[in-house]
Design a protein around this ligand. Structure first.
Ligand code: PGA
Length: 251
């Protein structure tokens, strides 16, 4: 278990300029509640908002992040539609999500993800590496095997970047569905995953949970001792929901 707790917002394809008020509200809440010292709050917003956010927000308690990077091995160049870690850093981005199942489902491979991790880490970005099982994997009791395989492929030759990496376990069948595994299952799963990571990589890598996290189920999720934080999609779009998650976690 890490002392730091991560609350990471994944806005996906949501958010206009006006919606940055939601991030502002969260930042104001965190500035007022100084006792939440061990909390790290990251907002992974769309690329289109990063520039505006870096000018508009105080960024004392909230850290900015992106949701992906290009796999081009260069900072700048003639690559239409691509965004490099260098460009994200230019707008105060400190984190990026890599390997989200919604991007994997469009053809991103573990090999692509492996490459992107190295690119992001070399540029000093922290990587939130997403891994997860399908419902079929879960039903066939293959979840751990599948997730270990993803981790092996994504982290192969990337051991030197481990200090830049956080792992988010996101069962695909829990993302945006409101369906969440029982605590007893998650506890056992995170325990096995953590043990495996320690054995294989000799490091205590922060392990997060993602998938339908809400202000209601956080009461149960906070009992997961091995969970170092949460990757939060839908419930991160409105500051009230996000703040309620934090409040209920600490109360
Ligand atoms: P969700 O999304 O909280 O809306 O399920 C989580 C994620 O996809 O990272």
């Amino acid at each position: 278990m890490h002392l730091k707790k991560y609350f990471i917002a994944n806005w996906k394809m949501n958010g206009l300029k006006k919606d940055l008020n939601q991030v502002e509200n969260v930042e104001k809440f965190l500035l007022k509640n100084k006792t939440l010292g061990n909390l790290k709050c990251v907002f992974c917003i769309p690329y289109t908002l990063l520039g505006f956010a870096s000018c508009k927000l105080i960024l004392k308690k909230v850290i900015l992040g992106a949701q992906n990077i290009s796999k081009k091995q260069t900072d700048i160049g003639a690559f239409t539609g691509c965004i490099s870690p260098y460009m994200i850093k230019n707008f105060d981005g400190k984190f990026t999500i890599i390997g989200h199942s919604e991007i994997r489902s469009e053809g991103e491979t573990d090999k692509d993800i492996n490459l992107k991790i190295a690119l992001a880490a070399k540029r000093g970005l922290k990587v939130i590496l997403c891994v997860g099982d399908t419902l079929k994997d879960f039903k066939n009791k293959n979840s751990l095997k599948i997730v270990k395989k993803q981790l092996n492929l994504c982290l192969k030759n990337n051991k030197k970047y481990l200090k830049n990496i956080l792992i988010a376990y996101e069962p695909i069948w829990s993302i945006g569905t409101g369906v969440i595994a029982q605590n007893i299952y998650l506890e056992d799963f995170l325990f096995k995953l953590k043990k495996y990571l320690k054995l294989k990589f000799k490091k205590n890598i922060p392990l997060l949970y993602g998938g339908s996290v809400s202000s209601k189920n956080i009461h149960d999720l906070k009992k997961l001792d091995l969970c170092d934080g949460f990757l939060i999609g839908g419930a991160s779009l409105k500051s009230k929901n996000f703040i309620d998650i934090i409040k209920n976690y600490y109360n």
